[in-house]
Structures are given as C-alpha cells and as structure tokens.
Write a protein that binds this ligand. Structure first.
Ligand code: SOE
Length: 382
C-alpha cells in the first residue's frame, strides 16, 4: 500500500484547479510511491473555499494560509496564489519542514527568489516549481533528442508565447481575476507570466543564457483597478521581445505579448541544429515537427510526429490510452505530480526545483533591466 501524503492547497483559482485535478488522477494512471490525500484547501473567500472543497474532495477548507503551514498533518504545501504571496508562504513552509510545490514564476524577482532558495536549502525540504510545459510529451522528447546529440551543434533557439486577452482598455487590473495585470501582484507582465515558461524550457533544453537585449511595451497606460475602482497607471509589460546568447554559442530569440489578436495561448518554439531541427506548437501540443538532415535525400523533409505512440517510446504516453489517442494540457500537471511523487519516494527529485526556477527569474530580471536601459544586460548566475 502506498504511503499517504497529506496535501494543503493554497489558492483555488485556475492553478488550484489544475493541481487538484492532477492529484485526483495521478494514482489512476501512474504507479507512484505515495497516495495524495486532499486535506485542506485554503482561499480568500470562506464560502468559495468550502464549495471548492466539496467539488474537488478536500476534507476541509480555511481562509488563512498560516493554518495550512502550521498544520502538523500537512506534508505538502501547494502554493497556487498570485506571485506576490509566494515568498512569504514558501519561506514559512520551509521553516515548518514541508515539501513545497510552487506555481510559476517562483517570485516577483531574482532577489526574492534567492531568499526562497536559501530558505528551502537551509531547511533541507523538497521543493518544486510548476513549469508544466516541460512535461508535454513532445517537449520532453525534444530534451531527450538534444541529450542524445541528435541536433549536433545548436545554432538557434526561438520561442514565442502569444495571447490577445488584454487588448481592450476596459479590462481592469488587480483583483482576483486580473491580478496578472497589476505590477504589485505580478511583479512583471508577460515577462514573468509567459516568457518565464519559454525561458524555463529553453534553459532546460539548451543550457544557460549569458546576456540579453530586450524591449518591452505597455500599450494601455492606465486601467481601472478592480480593488480601488480608480484608474491607475499600468506598471506591467504588455509585450516583450528579446534576443540573447546562450553559453553554448547559440543565439536565442524570444517574444511574448497579450496583444496578438487571434492567438489565445500560442506557445511555440523552434530549434535549429547542425544535424536536425524541431518545432512545436502548444495549440497542437501532441505533434512534434522534426527535420533530420541524416535522412535519405529523396525522402528528406519535415515530418509531423503524432506523439501518441508509446510502443515508439513517446514520453509518458504508456500511462494513457492506446496509440493514436492524444492527451492535452491538464495531463502535463498529472505528469509533474507523478514525477514529484516518484522523486519523494527515493528517486531523483523532480525538476525544476527552486534553484532552477531562480535561474529563470534571473533571465527575466536581465530582460526587464535591458529593456529599461535600452542596452545589453548580463544574466546573474548564482
Ligand atoms: C496567463 O494567461 C496564463 O494563464 C499563464 O499564467 C499560464 O502560466 C499559461 O500557461 C497560460 O496563460
């Protein structure tokens, strides 16, 4: 019988749902060493927390995150709250000896992220940051192909994350639904929210970034604040584009915006190496486009691999349906919980941990500093 692991979830918004869903499904599909028990859900509004507990099967609900952190019965503290709250909760949870799973981005900025790394490392607690796209099977396969040397030397890494949900100036900033637009809650705009995903994946795939050159734009300068009801200056970046040097000699090119009309969550990347290229698109996440220069000339060309063939070794797919039947967004959260539980059971701790997420945060900081100054910025290496 798998040992029980008591989960205290803080935050019942979008991410609280994705993580709760993952806990409910993981033991049905993965043979993991722990059985997660949904103990407590914590959120701002008592009646909403209670309703969430009923809907997702939590044993209790509360409105004070300290209750979760102080609860001796809780093994894992899950932080699914807005960015400005991550550090305080994580540091308290580390002191209380909890395993911590935190939503991305880890913190408001690199300095704050460093205090979180120091806290978990001093306490010796397991820690993990939810950059879920690493665990899309196609994205994981790309990592395997890079590690096998199939690309040869990598020349280019380019990634985009395009959305269009904040074009209207009537979208407010702040509050429960639109805290991502409020600099005080989010720390930054698309850089921390969207580019952080691209950067995390890129660092994992292609290694450290040395320096960056960026520009940002805030298209709507003032928005009504959902909490004060008043028009306030917008402090976040609505769009950001940067180019960079990776330490391995390759060039990087990244762009994120919430003003790309027609695109909802178009995360794409393309990698060009000496021997092969690959490209991937979140809107078609179960496909990997692959070009292998080693193919016989007459048949050489881009191929589109349907990532559902576990006989062929597609990552994670042997846990799901039969070959040919695809999976989607929510499964990436199931995969990461499965990997975290396996790591806690004595395997290798799942990545990215807080230290890896700090590296992403440092790139974000350099991007924002470069855009502010209009010049190259070096990435801090811890
Ligand atoms: C923002 O719209 C958002 O929900 C991000 O916060 C997520 O991290 C991303 O996966 C989808 O877009």
């Amino acid at each position: 019988m798998a040992k029980k692991l008591n989960i205290g979830m803080i935050g019942y918004g979008f991410m609280g749902r994705t993580h709760s869903n993952a806990y409910r499904r993981v033991t049905n599909f993965f043979d993991v060493p722990y059985e997660p028990v949904l103990k407590t859900i914590c959120g701002l509004e008592a009646d909403e927390a209670k309703a969430f507990a009923g809907q997702w099967g939590y044993e209790s609900s509360c409105t004070d995150w300290r209750q979760v952190v102080d609860d001796k019965n809780i093994d894992v503290v899950e932080i699914c709250t807005p960015n400005f709250t991550h550090a305080e909760i994580a540091i308290a949870a580390a002191k209380a000896g909890k395993t911590i799973i935190c939503e991305k981005p880890l913190a408001m900025n690199g300095e704050q992220a460093k205090t979180m790394v120091d806290a978990v490392e001093a306490a010796g607690v397991a820690n993990f940051v939810s950059f879920n796209y690493r665990r899309v099977p196609a994205v994981t396969l790309v990592k395997q192909l890079i590690d096998e040397g199939r690309f040869g030397k990598i020349f280019h890494y380019r990634a985009n994350f395009l959305q269009d949900w904040t074009i209207s100036p009537d979208v407010p900033q702040g509050g429960m639904a639109t805290w991502r637009l409020d600099i005080k809650s989010a720390g930054s705009g698309v850089t921390g929210d969207l580019l952080a995903h691209c950067i995390d994946t890129a660092l994992w795939h292609n290694g450290p970034i040395g320096r960056v050159n960026a520009m940002t734009e805030t298209f709507v300068k003032e928005r009504m604040h959902a909490e004060t009801g008043k028009k306030e200056a917008v402090g976040i970046d609505d769009a950001c584009t940067f180019f960079c040097n990776f330490d391995n000699g390759s060039m990087g090119n990244f762009e994120a915006t919430r003003y790309a009309r027609g695109h909802k969550a178009l995360y794409t990347f393309e990698i060009n190496g000496e021997k092969a290229s690959a490209r991937w698109d979140l809107h078609d996440l179960h496909r990997l486009e692959w070009f292998d220069y080693g193919d016989e000339g007459r048949l050489r060309g881009w191929r589109s691999i349907h990532m559902t063939d576990h006989d062929g070794g597609h990552p994670y797919m042997d846990h799901w349906w039969v070959p040919g039947l695809q999976i989607g967004y929510e499964h990436t959260f199931v995969h990461q919980i499965a990997d975290v539980l396996t790591g806690l059971g004595g395997g290798q701790h799942a990545q990215p941990d807080f230290r890896a997420a700090l590296a992403t945060q440092r790139v974000c900081d350099a991007v924002l500093a470069s855009a502010a100054k209009g010049q190259w910025a070096e990435v801090v290496k811890d």
